[in-house]
Design a protein around this ligand. Structure first.
Ligand code: SF4
Ligand code: SF4
Length: 645
């Protein structure tokens, strides 16, 4: 059950209009039923209600673990939780409505047939100096429930004076005696559950007295606090971008993101998780810690996999925040030496590795014609050009076979700018964007095909934005080759007539998957090749795991952990080949599988496509091994530093 206030706030936060306005929402979960029984529908109608469409019900069910999204409108909230007898639920809600002018939003869940837990939220702003006063509203809600025959939800360390009421005198005594036996020194959960009358040495004695004082004046104090906090508050530090400042307070500190985080999974320190990073930013904004190299180092530690974004309880665009912070850190002289190394290579040589740029064209087959000008341009990117050159070699042969005219920048191709964005080097990035844009225009390009998901994300996200800032119009369609090849497949232009008898599993690169939602096209391409059997890994599509390679700028421990985890998942499927559509993921898995001596081939999607066309693909294994060793050598000492001036 949710109250009208809850529904209203939820609609404002999500922009969804599906919930009824000025009405309660009742969600009934039926097991094994295909539709709501008539008796239930009549009951709802008899009460003046309406049954909502099934899709709304399913959507609300899928959202049931995200009540805290309301906090986006806070940025803080005062929670209150109590158990109320159902017969007094409306009295309870009316009373709170009256006491707090309808500001509390409630979500209720049945607990047994006679009681309902009421979880209330009141939005406020912890940056206000009177926030602690406002917080006592929580006590008023719980006391109202108690007066109506209900009870506090739990004791925790704040409400140990309620323990006897919650457990009963005899049970509480038994629990205390048991704790004395198993935990005579009071090490476990000190200060929790037991009242000062039993736990004489409780470390929360002071807290208990404060709670008693707060309870006495709760009604008055909370109202004063809420009215004074209404104007919002301010932080000691105001030098971070507005959205990051807000999100740092909006973060609920729930930790949903932790188990999803590639960096945290590889090295489980709290500061590696999104939650930990928001906590650090929060403390910085409050003036409690400095934004020094240690802090910047934590902020750089992120693969931008977006695995956290999709589970965030407060719907925070976590990765956007991470990237927005990079130029801010750069302005303060806080830089990652590995990203700076790549920046210099890009500026001086036009590629990630700092190699002569003519090396990047070596894969081009002599019998494939490249146009100087064409509507379609192909951009392999640094990594595929120099490391996994089978990828561009395959692609241009497929394009030639399909009769597609295309242009390719050759030695004039540079880095897309991904690592300049990652390092916060926006001045350099803007110059690069302009240079590439002008070259595309000179060649009459209307559609840009990309092999590398990282390049794809950069062209898709950064180029429209930065060209706009320069007064240029970005009107080039950006397509990853999997989408373009899928299009050719549908048009009957991919002659896949040779059997390729392999069992494969497909790894969704983060930049293709969560960044762009491209999940079906690569799978349909694989399934179109005769003889290919596709098996899914335990984590796939939206839940796919990150390869971890981007963490090479921060920690090879994390890179290794992510690689081993993903290759192990691939092995668990029983597939003989792990397929990717990303040069970086491919190199990472090839190196990891070799290190693990795993009986698993790692291939690019285009390898199987050319094989399906009766052609052969180049084996990049040796090249990958050399370049991965070079990457380790170049980035092994990568760290965050404070540059002078
Ligand atoms: S984007 Fe990935 S690595 Fe970065 S914080 Fe989110 S889950 Fe962790
Ligand atoms: S960033 Fe993590 S801890 Fe913060 S609200 Fe989102 S999921 Fe919860």
């Amino acid at each position: 059950m949710t109250t009208p206030k809850f529904n209203q706030l939820k609609s404002e936060v999500t922009g969804e209009e599906t919930l009824p306005k000025n009405a309660f929402l009742l969600m009934v979960v039926l097991s094994g039923e295909k539709s709501a029984p008539e008796k239930l529908v009549s009951l709802v109608e008899a009460g003046g209600g309406t049954s909502l469409p099934k899709e709304v019900g399913e959507h609300e069910w899928s959202e049931r673990f995200y009540p805290m999204r309301l906090k986006r409108k806070g940025p803080s909230l005062i929670p209150a939780e109590a158990i109320v007898p159902i017969k007094n639920a409306s009295k309870f809600l009316n009373s709170i409505e009256k006491q707090y002018d309808g500001r509390f939003a409630f979500e209720g869940t049945m607990v047994g047939k006679d009681h309902i837990t009421m979880l209330g939220f009141l939005l406020t702003d912890e940056r206000s100096k009177v926030f602690p006063l406002a917080y006592t509203a929580s006590l008023a809600v719980m006391d109202t429930a108690q007066k109506l025959g209900g009870q506090y939800f739990t004791t925790g360390m704040y409400f140990t004076d309620q323990a006897e009421r919650l457990f009963g005198a005899q049970r509480l005594r038994e629990l205390w005696d048991y704790k004395q036996t198993v935990d005579p020194k009071g090490i476990l959960n000190p200060g929790k559950v037991f009242p000062t009358s039993l736990d004489k040495k409780t470390p929360t004695k002071l807290l208990q007295s404060s709670m008693r004082a707060a309870k006495l004046g709760k009604s008055v104090l909370s109202k004063i606090g809420l009215s004074m906090a209404a104007g919002g508050g301010s932080t000691k530090r105001k030098d971070l971008p507005q959205d990051i400042s807000e999100e740092s307070f909006i973060c609920v500190q729930c930790g949903y993101c932790r188990s999803k985080c590639t960096v945290f999974n590889g090295s489980p320190w709290e500061s590696n998780s999104p939650r930990g990073k928001y906590y650090l930013l929060h403390e910085y904004l409050k003036g409690n810690i400095e934004f020094d190299t240690a802090m910047a180092d934590r902020m750089f530690a992120c693969t931008t996999c977006k695995n956290c974004d999709q589970v965030c309880q407060a719907n925070i665009p976590i990765v956007d925040n991470r990237l927005t912070l990079r130029p801010v850190m750069k302005k303060r002289g806080l830089e990652n030496t590995g990203l700076d190394f790549v920046r210099k290579n890009v500026l001086e040589h036009g590629n990630f590795w700092g190699l002569p740029n003519e090396n990047r064209t070596k894969w081009l087959p002599a019998d494939v014609t490249v146009k100087e000008k064409a509507k379609v341009a192909y951009w392999p990117g640094c990594w595929a050009s120099l490391v996994t050159s089978n990828m561009p070699n395959n692609l241009v042969r497929i394009l030639a076979k399909a009769g597609i005219d295309f242009t390719y920048l050759g030695e004039k191709e540079t880095c897309c700018g991904l690592y300049l964005a990652a390092g916060g080097y926006y001045d350099d990035l803007s110059k690069l964007v302009k240079k590439n844009f002008n070259e595309f225009k000179r060649r009459g390009v209307e559609t840009l095909l990309l092999s590398c998901p990282g390049c794809f994300a950069t062209f898709h996200e950064f180029y429209p934005l930065l060209t706009k800032q320069m007064g240029l119009k970005w009107d080039i369609e950006v397509k990853h080759i999997t989408v373009y090849l899928h299009q050719l497949l549908k048009e009957g232009k991919l002659p896949l007539d040779t059997r390729v008898p392999v069992t494969v599993t497909y790894h969704d690169s983060c930049h293709l998957g969560r960044w762009a939602g491209i999940y079906d096209e690569p799978r349909e391409l694989l399934q179109a090749i005769p003889g290919v059997e596709l098996r899914e890994m335990a984590h796939s599509k939206e839940n796919g795991l990150c390869c971890g390679l981007v963490c090479a700028f921060n920690s090879f421990e994390i890179v290794g952990a992510a690689g081993v985890r993903r290759v192990s998942e691939a092995l668990e499927t029983g597939a003989d080949t792990l397929v990717t559509a990303c040069a970086g993921c491919n190199s990472q898995f090839a190196a990891t599988a070799a290190m693990m001596k795993a009986n698993l081939k790692v291939k690019d999607l285009t390898d199987l496509l050319v094989e399906g066309m009766g052609l052969e693909a180049i084996d990049p294994s040796e090249n990958i091994s050399q370049f991965m060793s070079a990457a380790v050598e170049a980035l092994k000492d990568s760290k965050t530093i404070q540059k002078a001036g």
